[in-house]
Design a binder for this molecule. Structure first.
Ligand code: ADP
Ligand code: MG
Length: 564
C-alpha cells in the first residue's frame, strides 16, 4: 500500500492500554458506551460546524449512529456520519492523549493494579477501551467536506504502535471495526448489543440503529434483514420530563458528558422559564478530576442552544468556584452562532450563571440537610474550592458560609464537620462572637497557645489550616449577625464572659504588674506597639498578638512566602 506508515503510540497511551486491559476485565462492555459516546460527539461537532458551513453536510443532515456485527468474522462495527477525521487528526487523536496534566497523572501510577485501577477511573479511557475486547481495531474515517479519496485507515493491535494509510470512503464520518478476541466473541450478538446499548446509551440524543432481525424457526437462528431500526429513545435526555427519566439514565448521561467512570454524587434538573429560558442538568461528581487545581484545565458545562450542541466547557455559565460541576445547559434565547466572546458579555448568560449557581447551592444545601454522608464526601473533595465562593460571589456569600464545614475544638478531630450554625447553637451564655484560629496545619492550630483561655472557659474555637482560609476570612467577617474573630488578634474581649469575682481579680493583677509592664515596654521599645496584662493565657507566660486591624502572622508568612 502506498504511503502507509507505522507510528508509535505516545508513552502515556501505552501505559493506559496496559493498565486498562488489566483493570477493566470485569467491566468489558463499556467499550460500546465509549465508542457510541465518541460517535455522538462527532455528530454534535458536525452539526455545529455546519451552522456556518452547510456544505459540510454533503446533502445529508440526518445524523445517526449504526452498530453492526458479524458472528462468523467475530467483528463489531460502529459507524457514524459525523465530522470524521483527517489523517493528521487520526494520528493525533488516536495516538496521543491531549488532556493537560496527562504526564503528571501517569507519573502517579504505582504499579499496584488495584490502586492504579482506581486512578484510571478518574482519568477515563475513551477510544482505547476498544482494546479491552478487541485484538485488532480498524478505523476508517473521512472528514466532512473533503474528497472521497482523502479518507484514512488507522489500524492497531493495541501494542506499541499503529498504522495509518490513505483510503477511500464514499460517505463522511467514521466506521470503527473491532476484531474481537476469541474469549470475547459473545459480544458479536444482536441481543447482547441491544441490551448494552439500552443500558448505557439510551440517553444519546441521536438514533442508534441496528439491522432488524427475525427469528428463523427452521434454521433456529436470528436472520438479519436489510432494514434498520432505532434501538434507543433518541431524544435528548434533558428535554424529557423528570418523571420519565430513571436514575440509571441520569447516571449514564453523566458518564457520557463528564467522561467520568464513576457515578455522580448528585444532580439537579430543571427547566427555567421567564425572561431567559433554559434547561439545566447539573451534576456534582463524586471524585475530583485529576486536574482540579490545574489552571489550564477544561472546566464548565456543555452549552446547547435549542438542542443544538454549541460548545464544551462553557466556563461562563458557572462561577469559577463551582468549577467542579458538570452538565448541560440548553438555552432557548442565545443565537446559534454564539461565540466564547459573546458569552462573556451576554445578559442572558449572566442570568443563566446566576440561576445555575443558585441551583447548585440549593442542591448542596439539600444534601447537607438530608444526606449528610454524601455532603461530607462532597466537602472533603470540593470544600476548598467552594470556599473561594465566599470571596467571589458576594450575592450568595451568606448561603455559601452556611455550607462551610470546619474542624473545631469541640470534636478534637481533624475532620471538618462543624458548620457555623452548629457553632452558634453551642455558644456560651453571653458569647456573641465566633472564634477561630488559623495555622499551617491542623496540629499547629490545635496546639496554639491562644486557645488556652478558651479551653479553660469551655468556649469552642474553629481550627482552620487550609491555604485558602485566611483569604476567605478576609471576606467573611460575620455570619448570622455574629462577628468572626481570630483568637490571635488583639483586643480580645472575653470580659463579658468572666464573672464579677474574676474581673476584680484581673484588675488587681493588672495593678500589681504595672511596673513590670512599664519596664518591658521600655526594654522592647520600637519592637512592639504595646505590652498588656491579659487574661487570655493559662499555662504560657506570654504571647505575641497582632492588632485587630492588622494582618495575622500566618497571612504575613504566606505573603512573604509568595514573595510579596
Ligand atoms: P474523549 O472522547 O474524551 O475526547 P476519546 O479517547 O474517547 O477521548 O477520543 C479521543 C478523540 O478521538 C476524540 O476527542 C475525537 O477527537 C477522536 N474521535 C474518537 N472517535 C471519533 C469519531 N467517531 N469521530 C470523530 N472523531 C473521533
Ligand atoms: Mg470519548
Amino acid at each position: 500500500q502506498q504511503n502507509a506508515e507505522t507510528l508509535g503510540f505516545q508513552t502515556e497511551v501505552k501505559q493506559l492500554l496496559q493498565l486498562m486491559i488489566h483493570s477493566l476485565y470485569s467491566n468489558k462492555e463499556i467499550f460500546l458506551r465509549e465508542l457510541v459516546s465518541n460517535a455522538s460527539d462527532a455528530c454534535d461537532k458536525l452539526r455545529f460546524e455546519s451552522i456556518d458551513n452547510p456544505d459540510l453536510l454533503e446533502g445529508d443532515g440526518e445524523m445517526r449512529i449504526r452498530v453492526e456485527y458479524d458472528k462468523e468474522q467475530r467483528t463489531i462495527t460502529i459507524s457514524d456520519n459525523g465530522i470524521g477525521m483527517s489523517r493528521d487528526e487520526a494520528v493525533k487523536n488516536l495516538g496521543t492523549i491531549a488532556r493537560s496534566g496527562t504526564k503528571e497523572f501517569f507519573s502517579q501510577l504505582t504499579g499496584d493494579k488495584q490502586k492504579d485501577a482506581q486512578l484510571i477511573g478518574q482519568f477515563g479511557v475513551g477510544f482505547y477501551s476498544s482494546f479491552i475486547v478487541a485484538e485488532k481495531v480498524s478505523v476508517l474515517s473521512r472528514r466532512a467536506g473533503t474528497p472521497e479519496t482523502e479518507g484514512v485507515l488507522w489500524e492497531s493491535e493495541g501494542q506499541g504502535d499503529f498504522r495509518v494509510a490513505p483510503a477511500e470512503k464514499a460517505d463522511r464520518g467514521t466506521a470503527i471495526t473491532l476484531y474481537l478476541r476469541e474469549e470475547d466473541a459473545e459480544f458479536a450478538d444482536g441481543w447482547r448489543l441491544r441490551a448494552i446499548l439500552r443500558r448505557y446509551s439510551d440517553h444519546i440524543s441521536l438514533p442508534i440503529q441496528m439491522r432488524k432481525e427475525d427469528w428463523d424457526a427452521e434454521k433456529q437462528e436470528q436472520i438479519k434483514s436489510n432494514e434498520w431500526e432505532t434501538v434507543n429513545q433518541a431524544n435528548a435526555l434533558w428535554t424529557r420530563a423528570r418523571n420519565d427519566i430513571e436514575d440509571e439514565q441520569y447516571i449514564e448521561f453523566y458518564k457520557h458528558i463528564a467522561h467520568d467512570f464513576e457515578d455522580p454524587l448528585a444532580w439537579t434538573h430543571n427547566r427555567v422559564e421567564g425572561r431567559t429560558e433554559y434547561t439545566q442538568l447539573l451534576y456534582i461528581p463524586k471524585r475530583a478530576p485529576f486536574d482540579l487545581w490545574d489552571r489550564d484545565a477544561k472546566r464548565g458545562v456543555k452549552l446547547y442552544v435549542k438542542r443544538v450542541f454549541i460548545m464544551d466547557d462553557a466556563e461562563q455559565l458557572l462561577p469559577n468556584y463551582l468549577r467542579f460541576v458538570r452538565g448541560v445547559i440548553d438555552s432557548a434565547d442565545l443565537p446559534l452562532n454564539v461565540s466564547r466572546e459573546i458569552l462573556q458579555e451576554s445578559r442572558d448568560v449572566r442570568a443563566i450563571r446566576d440561576g445555575s449557581a443558585r441551583r447548585v447551592l440549593s442542591l448542596l444545601e439539600d444534601l447537607a440537610e438530608n444526606e449528610p454522608d454524601k455532603y461530607t464526601q462532597f466537602w472533603q473533595t470540593f470544600g476548598q474550592v467552594l470556599k473561594e465562593g465566599v470571596g467571589e460571589d458576594t450575592s450568595n456569600k451568606e448561603r455559601i458560609a452556611g455550607l462551610l464545614r470546619f474542624a473545631s475544638t469541640h470534636n478534637d478531630s481533624s475532620v471538618q464537620d462543624v458548620s457555623l450554625s452548629d457553632y452558634i447553637g453551642r455558644m456560651k451564655e453571653g458569647q456573641d462572637k465566633i472564634y477561630y484560629v488559623t495555622a499551617d496545619s491542623y496540629a499547629a492550630a490545635k496546639h496554639s497557645p491562644h486557645l488556652e483561655v478558651f479551653r479553660k472557659k469551655g468556649i469552642e474555637v474553629l481550627l482552620l489550616s487550609e491555604r485558602v482560609d485566611e483569604w476567605m476570612l478576609s471576606f467573611l467577617t460575620e455570619f448570622d449577625g455574629k462577628t468572626l474573630v481570630s483568637v490571635a488578634k488583639g483586643g480580645l474581649d472575653l470580659a463579658e464572659l468572666a464573672d464579677e469575682e474574676e474581673k476584680q481579680k484581673q484588675e488587681k493583677v493588672a495593678e500589681e504588674f504595672k511596673p513590670l509592664v512599664e519596664r518591658l515596654e521600655k526594654t522592647l521599645g520600637e519592637k512592639v506597639k504595646s505590652v498588656r496584662v491579659t487574661g487570655r493565657l493559662v499555662d504560657s507566660p506570654a504571647c505575641v498578638v497582632v492588632d485587630e486591624h492588622e494582618m495575622s502572622p500566618h497571612l504575613l508568612r504566606m505573603l512573604q512566602a509568595a514573595g510579596q
